[in-house]
Design a protein around this ligand. Structure first.
Ligand code: NAP
Ligand code: ZN
Ligand code: ZN
Length: 371
């Protein structure tokens, strides 16, 4: 718990610290305990003791190599909240003890036009993901938040101002929250707009809360009849069970904007037909297999768009966290020990999540030790 001196040449760099983590050694292997190395804080770094880490469907896609290109060992987790335990000599944004978060990004090129506009998620030089990204730290790729500690450049650390007892429920804002907040803002969701949120999982339940808080007429689409009451409680003005063709037809050509969070391949026409002229269907779900090609007629004859959106930049993520603190918005979470992660993944695949699993990092066990 100290401010670290600026390190000298690489060979005298302070020792990496060994910490406990949970990860997988291959796509077909379950997650298991492992020890990983974290770098000591460099001049611009912040060292964070992780308290909680949310479980995103992207963690599952990655650790099981559903998107290909996964590097092993893979330690997922990009919904990280915790406390600062040390700061580098040239880092001035945070102090020891601050409550902070880390989302999906830990670095970017910082010079391309996207980075200059604060849109680091669209960095053309290639951003560094919180896990499975390129790094000089061992083992050569980044390792995520299913671990006791992480060291991150202060420019990629977020400030958390929610009450301390809400910390676990804040974690999912770092991915699920920003991934829905950013498109809602970009497409001007708000009063007078009819906005649909498809799939009431981790992303979707945040989308419902945020669209409602922005003042939009919010409609939740779910395949799970059992989520109907919950969706209303989360803030939906209406709920549509998307398997019910009649219920869907009653809303044809009425939506300004729809966010689709479904984590599996499906027919997009079902949702484009619900858009008004000039309406947009924004895809954020990133399934393993492609969607069937959408019909062009439904787009051409109503000048409708199908778009996509990726998480959010640092400034917008901070804006979202502050918006949520002001509006008393957190995620609905089920806190689990790391040892229950495989069961949580199985439930996520079955859409049986209410509405985000969050790992209590204390479950990883005793104090870490220097290597
Ligand atoms: P999640 O918690 O598993 O929720 C997905 C929801 O989609 C399910 O709860 C279910 O909701 C619905 N669903 C799942 N399978 C379906 C199917 N076959 N047909 C219809 N509906 C289905 O997942 P998540 O963490 O919210 O992530 C959702 C997707 O977004 C994942 O692909 C993830 O990788 C991706 N993602 C993208 C970004 C980005 O920046 N674009 C960021 C984070 C995550 P109902 O029970 O209500 O039907
Ligand atoms: Zn995520
Ligand atoms: Zn860049």
């Amino acid at each position: 718990m100290s401010t670290l001196a600026e390190p000298g040449p690489a060979q005298t760099r302070q020792s990496d610290v060994k910490v406990k983590a949970y990860g997988a050694f291959a796509a077909d292997q379950p997650l298991e305990p492992l020890d990983i190395d974290r770098r000591a804080a460099g001049p611009r770094d912040v060292e964070i003791e992780i308290a909680f880490c949310g479980v995103c469907h992207s963690d599952l896609h990655t650790v099981r190599s559903e998107w290909e290109g996964t590097l092993y060992p893979c330690v997922p987790g990009h919904e990280i909240v915790g406390h600062v335990t040390a700061v580098g000599s040239a880092a001035g944004k945070f102090k020891v003890g601050d409550t902070v978060g880390v989302g999906c990004l830990v670095d970017s090129c910082r010079t391309c036009s996207a980075c200059e506009e604060g849109l680091e998620q669209y960095c053309t030089g290639g951003f560094t993901g919180t896990y499975n990204g390129s790094t000089q730290d061992p083992p050569g790729h980044t390792l995520g938040g299913y671990s006791q500690r992480i060291t991150v450049d202060e420019d990629f650390v977020l400030r958390i101002s929610h009450p301390p007892e809400q910390l676990a429920a804040v974690a999912p804002l770092l991915c699920a929250g920003i991934t829905t907040y950013s498109p809602l803002r970009h497409w001007n969701a708000g009063s007078g707009k009819k906005v649909g949120i498809v799939g009431i999982g981790g992303l979707g339940h945040m989308g419902v809360k945020l669209a409602h808080a922005m003042g939009a007429h919010t409609v939740a689409f779910t395949t799970s009849e059992s989520k109907r009451e919950d969706a209303l409680r989360l803030g939906a003005d209406e709920v549509i069970v998307s398997r019910d063709a009649e219920e869907m037809a009653a809303h044809a050509e009425t939506f300004d904007f729809i966010i689709d969070t479904i984590a599996a391949s499906h027919d997009l026409d079902t949702f484009t037909q619900l858009l008004k002229r000039d309406g947009t269907l924004c895809l954020v779900g990133a399934p393993e297999h492609p969607h069937p090609s959408p019909g062009v007629g439904g787009l051409i004859f109503r000048r409708r768009s199908i778009a996509g959106s990726l998480i959010g930049g640092l400034a917008e993520t901070q804006e979202m966290l502050d918006f949520c603190a002001e509006n008393e918005i957190v995620s609905d979470v089920e806190i689990i020990p790391a040892q229950a992660i495989e069961e949580a993944y199985e439930r996520m695949v079955r859409s049986d999540v209410k509405y985000r699993f969050v790992i209590d990092i204390a479950s990883l066990g005793g104090a870490d030790q220097a290597s």
